[in-house]
Design a protein around this ligand. Structure first.
Ligand code: SAM
Length: 307
């Protein structure tokens, strides 16, 4: 498949035809996903609240993504394939950072995400991004890319090594594979903040129940090796802070729990009442104040290699 341009200069008719084609393609995707790559159940959903949460989360983790883009050498790329674009926050970042002559193809397997991201970027006047609704490991492009980039997407693949191996087909020799993933094993509080520990536990257990790994440090490394790629270069950064500096992380954790509330309740870890905002957030902050605690949050992990 050619990564057909979809810019703000295209006509609505053309865009409609292109989206219709992409949708038809996607209805066939299930048939060509190999058995070991059946999608995991995705506990976050794609409603507008979740897409807006992704944007708030982006503001928090953007500095790490930015550093990863610089350190990996991705800035020299002219043709970039972004996998799992969600609401387009990384897409927008790549658009801002890359040379104006570069082109970005942003893919997500969820149609709602692709429609929301393409509409959003179009309204912002971004014109060098082609959006595709597809499973990127199962499609073909006429031309290879200089780099594949993905954030918070590898963790959702049942066989991350097989997925990376298939994505690597899209990258030219000497090109880059770069991923930024979360690792939740670091969540801790000292002295213990009971509501923080509980909320962390709900999130971790629910991801676990859905088969989504919460420990990504080793899984990222293994995925590159299993894909037959070189051992990746890696970076890691963890959030740590007391009550005054933790507000945005605590809020992000509570929002994440709320995004997963249906699954958390289904598994019986917590009730709608336990999860109610802003009470959950206020409880954690209050307990932190009382105990003068420090919390450790999520770890951001980056990995990349050249082909
Ligand atoms: C947690 S969101 C992250 C979105 C965005 N990368 C960001 O960091 O804000 C994960 C996104 O990856 C998409 N996704 C998961 N597995 C995918 C796959 N195999 N191919 C394409 N998209 C995928 C989901 O539909 C979702 O939109």
């Amino acid at each position: 498949m050619k990564d057909q341009p979809h810019s703000s200069k295209t006509t609505p008719l053309f865009r409609h035809a292109w989206l219709a084609f992409a949708r038809r393609l996607c209805s066939k995707i299930e048939e060509i996903i190999p058995g070991n790559m059946e999608p995991l159940s995705y506990v976050l959903g794609h409603d507008s609240d979740e897409l807006n949460r992704l944007t708030r989360q982006h503001l928090m983790i953007k500095p790490f993504t930015n550093k990863l883009i610089h350190d990996s050498g991705l800035l020299d790329s002219r043709r970039v394939l972004e996998v799992g674009c969600g609401f387009g926050d990384v897409t927008l970042m790549l658009h801002d950072l890359l040379d104006q002559a570069s082109s970005i193809t942003a893919v997500d397997r969820e149609q709602k995400a692709v429609v929301a991201a393409s509409t959003r970027l179009k309204e912002m006047g971004v014109s060098n991004v082609n959006f595709l609704h597809a499973e990127p490991s199962c499609i073909e492009f006429e031309e290879q890319f200089d780099a594949v980039f993905g954030r918070y997407v590898l963790l959702f693949q049942p066989d991350a090594g097989a997925w990376l191996r298939r994505l690597a087909r899209h990258v030219r020799p000497g090109g880059l594979m770069v991923f930024h993933e979360p690792d939740l094993q670091s969540l801790r509080s000292f002295p213990v903040v009971p509501s923080y520990e509980k909320c962390s536990h709900w999130v971790v257990q629910t991801f676990d129940g859905a088969g989504t790994p919460v420990v990504m440090v080793d899984k990222m490394h293994k995925a590159f090796i299993d894909a037959g790629l070189d051992e990746p270069q890696m970076r890691l950064q963890t959030f740590i802070g007391g009550v005054k500096t933790s507000e945005s992380w605590i809020n992000a954790l509570c929002e994440l729990a709320n995004s997963m509330s249906d699954s958390i309740e289904k598994y019986g870890y917590a009730t709608a009442d336990d999860l109610e905002m802003p009470r959950l957030y206020e409880r954690i902050i209050q307990e932190m104040k009382e105990r003068q605690s420090v919390v450790i949050g999520r770890t951001e992990v980056g990995a990349w290699c050249r082909l």
